[in-house]
Ligand binder design. Sequence first.
Ligand SMILES: [Fe+2]
Length: 339
Amino acid sequence: MSVLKIGLIGDIVGRAGRNMVVDNLSEIRKKYKLDFVIANAENASGGFGLNIKNANELLSAGIDLITGGNHSFDKMEITAVMGRDLESSVDSVCKNGLDSSVEFVESKVKSSTDSAKIAESSPKSQDSSPDSPTFQMFNLSQNLTKSSFIMPILRPLNFPPKTPGSGICCINLGGEKIAVINIMGHYGINMNLDNAFYKLQNAVSAVKKLGFDNIIIDFHGEASSEKRAAFCMLRGEISAFFGTHTHIGSDDLHIQNGSFYVSDLGLCGAFDGVIGMDYKAPLQKAMSGFGKSRYEVANSNNNILQMVILTLENAKCVEAFKLRILNNKELDIINAIRL
Ligand SMILES: [Fe+2]
């Protein structure tokens, strides 16, 4: 039987969030025997975006794959290490059939806690033209030794086609095939996006055709109603669906038809500010009607890490719980409801 233990971490905000990951993730990986950890880190650098140095810090601390959202490109330097066009490869493969020109993301490590997570792109990926669809080969056991490299960092799939990076990552983890899809909702997000629902349908069907049955979705969005609708569309076909972006953890985690759902994983960072940021600027904006104050990451002694841990058997979620760590001490566990 195929069994996978997957960790999911919500929006990591600033230094407080990064420190919580660095201080706790290695121990959590060991304690819960995690095979793979996914985290949303679009706010990890100063609360806005993700720079290369901080991405390296998080990947070295035990995160295997980073997802993004509306702040994915706030630090534009990250585009240099994001790879490109993995989803167009999936589309192409489904239309044209799998051939030798496609290379899948591959990991040589399973249950690793200390291996470097920098992913180098394959020579073929480096040499191909910008317009040719190409999968990146991720070798998670390699250290960063060259100036040209690709990190396992996704951005939402429904950005316009010429956007740097990719919204799908297909991983071969010691023979276990995992596909992670990062998508962004529409409500309250004023961006030029393709329809999240059609994109999700197509992506799920595409990766399934390629044999990636462990399908995990990060739906980055404001409205739980959108997340619920998308989950209802896909439950039974996917392994897990988690929300990010609000930074407010929800307690609606459940498993239905073998699929896990939670509306939002919740913040990893300073717990007593405003979604990880210092309260003064948002309060001034709310009370004055204008908002030119600079938002800054809260400096607090009350830092939280919120993480969901999944057990997948033959691509179905059979167990899930949420772990909360406050100030480096395990606070509580919330078990997923089984429906
Ligand atoms: Fe966001």
